[in-house]
Design a protein around this ligand. Structure first.
Ligand code: NAP
Length: 341
């Protein structure tokens, strides 16, 4: 039987590279969409697999962005839509975050509907931010689960980069569910809604310089000076390897059809990152990065909402990687790749 062919949009991203790696390792054929030939060739070289090819999609937000890719690949039966702007370095939230995220998702949906009738599964990478806004995630009495929705408005989303990102994920995911509800297409939809994603790069050679926004959270902790303030950030964590695995579960496991998979392992605070690094890499960081108040992260975490993803855990069927393992693996990879931290 011929191997299943899968499109992965935004294949060069931090999460997507893990998705692609897991797919080709399991014998799937992968068509990645990338922004340039240079990026496609770089990923091809790193993967060393004949099961990976790529197509150029410069801007997912441009009308008909995925049409040519779908026309060229009638063998594809699964579409994993991971591409979306994930950075805060913008001046206009509407044109740089909201439009590309929402139009990118609509473009994937309409390309499948028009040119990919053989596609049976669509998985959209959404986010925990589409489930809870940051200002309500810090209310300890709140509980969020797979049924929760961020109630942000388009107007508020235009206000600043943070709200722009939170809105971009919310409205893009809504567009996908609305499409399925209204058009009743041939494919089933599942979404993967991760918390903040840490963990090693799919390819060690990438563990250098400034990393992707979320992975850089761990890397930038290593760049602190002893007297720097401990970051007050405290969010929901999940490891990138679990997020990638969930993209496969989302189309392989029937129980995931029509579901939102809330990928969450545990809470973390800036103090927790310091504690793990100071405890496990003291030979390299002692006296060079802050210590803060070791163990005090737990107090901060008590002030956050509860996340109940028991439904997702049942579908996924295995424990999620812990924050401790994720941070150790990330820092070890940076050390191994660069010879120092
Ligand atoms: P990333 O490394 O920045 O990857 C994003 C990918 O999308 C890149 O390949 C990027 O291409 C591509 N892309 C962005 N805007 C595009 C556009 N307008 N046209 C074409 N391609 C575009 O980010 P990531 O962290 O892996 O995120 C992947 C997905 O997971 C996103 O949907 C993100 O919202 C979601 N997510 C991430 C986290 C997290 O903590 N990392 C948490 C929850 C959800 P270039 O790099 O070439 O620009």
């Amino acid at each position: 039987m011929a191997a299943t062919s899968v499109i992965v949009s935004g294949a060069t991203g931090f999460i997507a590279q893990h998705v692609v790696l897991q797919l080709v390792t399991k014998g799937y054929k992968v068509v990645g969409t990338v922004r340039s030939t240079e990026k496609g060739e770089d990923l091809k070289k790193k993967l060393k697999s004949d099961n990976f090819t790529y197509e150029i999609v410069k801007d997912i937000g441009a009308k008909g962005a995925f049409d040519e890719t779908l026309k060229a690949h009638p063998e594809v039966t699964v579409f994993l839509h991971t591409a979306s702007p994930h950075h805060f370095d913008i001046t206009d939230p509407e044109t740089e975050l909201l439009f590309p995220a929402v139009e990118g998702t609509k473009n994937a949906l309409s390309a499948i509907a028009t040119y990919g009738p053989q596609i049976t599964k669509l998985v959209v990478t959404s986010s925990y931010v589409a489930m809870a806004h940051y200002d309500v995630d810090t209310i300890a009495s709140n509980i969020y689960n797979e049924d929760s929705w961020n109630d942000i408005t388009w107007e508020k989303s235009k206000g600043n980069a943070l709200d722009g990102y939170w809105g971009s994920k919310t409205f893009a995911e809504k567009a996908a569910w609305d499409f399925v509800k209204e058009k009743k297409p041939n494919f089933t939809l599942s979404t993967v809604n991760p918390g903040y994603v840490f963990g090693p790069q799919a390819f060690a050679s990438d563990a250098t310089g400034t990393l992707n926004l979320s992975a850089e959270t761990v890397s930038s902790t290593l760049k602190l000076k002893p007297d720097d303030e401990v970051s007050s950030q405290a969010l929901a964590f999940v490891d990138v390897r679990d997020v990638a695995d969930a993209h496969l579960v989302a189309f392989e496991n029937k129980d995931a059809e029509g579901q939102r998979l809330l990928l969450y392992s545990e809470r973390y605070s800036g103090q927790d990152l310091l504690d793990i690094i100071n405890e496990n890499f003291s030979k390299y960081v002692k006296g060079r990065i802050p210590t803060g108040i070791p163990g005090s992260g737990a107090e901060k975490i008590k002030t956050l909402a509860t996340i109940d993803n028991s439904k997702t855990r049942k579908i996924i069927g295995h424990d999620f990687i812990t924050l401790k393992k994720s941070v150790i693996d990330s820092v070890q990879q940076i050390l191994d790749t660069n010879g120092s931290i």
